[in-house]
Write a protein of this length. Structure first.
Length: 360
């Protein structure tokens, strides 16, 4: 089944964050989940000093209780002065409704390159927070670096996009967070994707499988309980297509890395999700990324009916500049896409688009 083509005029975009909002220079790095009651939580990095990845960066959220038709005021989840607080990776626990949010931190003056070269004043650290009232308030962030990051790893990022909770036994209830890191090799650092997981609702964390050569990644549980980790590829001639690896042990290890030429990209983040009632494992998958090998543009939504072996041509959500994104399946069955876009750059604003369930 192929998605019914949509014209750009038929796609209605709601701006969630924009440059200059609340005196922030730029908003980047979107992530989105639906709570147990169906409330949408749209996360982003609010960058005070400019579009760059360093400097004073806060993690913020906006809530919608009507599937994206209207949105509440922006709330700051984490502000650590002039330091960087970002890379949101949220997941909603099925039984309790708790929203668990993984994040990363580094000193505002430390650039990614300095962290990679181990010349920074500090390194990249991993934190977790949670909300028991559907995103209205948040616990004090707790550092989990020692259990989520190896000493030889320099750069580190959770997500950025939603995490998942597994359905299938023997790992039912396990939280899986897609991440990436760079490992020091004596001269610099090499990028890899990896998974971290928790079997106790986020109280403790463990490092899972590693995909050598990957970067920012996204994960989905398929119908048979296997996991597909889909990753940005950072270097070399293979970097203009997505790569994936499969786990058959609940994310503890990953199999062979496969280059997927059906999913072109300009070296960028992307997001994958299963399209099913209540998030149950399925082979009906949706994937979104900027489908261009030239620059961050042409954001495209695709679907697969066989667990990601074959992808359709998809629909174009935005012909112009577009970059990072995330997906959410809402209680109605409609699909929401939160993504970066702009007329001058891919980072002018973060918008929300709804695609009707009738398209799938």
């Amino acid at each position: 089944m192929v998605l019914t083509p949509l014209s750009a005029q038929e796609i209605s975009r709601t701006t969630i964050f924009h440059q200059g909002m609340a005196d922030y220079s730029t908003f980047r790095i979107p992530a989105i989940v639906a709570t147990k009651s169906g409330t949408l939580l749209a996360f982003a990095e609010a960058r005070r000093d400019g579009v760059g990845d360093a400097g004073n960066i806060d993690l913020v959220v906006r809530r919608s209780e009507d599937e994206g038709k209207s949105w509440g005021e922006m709330q700051v989840v984490w502000d650590d002065g002039g330091n960087c607080c970002g890379n949101p990776a949220p997941v909603v626990l099925r039984r309790s409704g708790r929203v668990v949010l993984l994040m990363t931190w580094n000193r505002g003056e430390d650039s990614e390159n300095a962290i990679l070269q181990r010349t920074a004043n500090d390194s990249r650290r991993v934190y977790a927070t949670y909300s028991d009232d559907e995103g209205r308030s948040w616990s004090t962030p707790e550092e989990i670096t020692t259990s989520a990051k190896l000493p030889s790893w320099t750069w580190y990022a959770t997500g950025p996009c939603h995490a998942i909770e597994l359905w299938r036994n023997p790992h039912r209830g396990r939280i899986i967070v897609p991440c990436d890191h760079a490992e020091y090799n004596g001269r610099g650092s090499d990028y890899n994707a990896h998974l971290i997981y928790s079997d106790d609702g986020g109280a403790s964390w463990h490092i899972g499988g590693v995909m050598q050569g990957g970067n920012e990644s996204t994960v989905v549980e398929r119908k048979d309980g296997s996991l597909m980790l889909n990753s940005r590829w950072q270097v070399g001639r293979n970097r203009f297509a997505r790569h994936y690896a499969i786990s058959t042990d609940g994310g503890e290890t990953l199999g062979e890395v496969v280059r997927d030429e059906q999913l072109p990209e300009p070296v960028c983040q992307g997001a994958i999700i299963g399209y099913s009632a209540k998030g149950k494992p399925t082979d009906h998958l949706l994937f979104v990324n900027p489908a261009s090998t030239k620059r961050r543009e042409h954001l495209t939504l695709r679907q697969s009916r066989d667990g990601g072996k074959v992808w359709d041509e998809g629909i174009s959500l935005d012909e112009g500049f577009a970059a990072y994104s995330d997906l959410v399946v809402m209680p109605s069955g409609d699909v929401g896409i939160l993504y970066e876009r702009g007329s001058r750059t891919p980072y002018d604003e973060i918008v929300f688009v709804v695609i009707s369930k009738g398209q799938f």
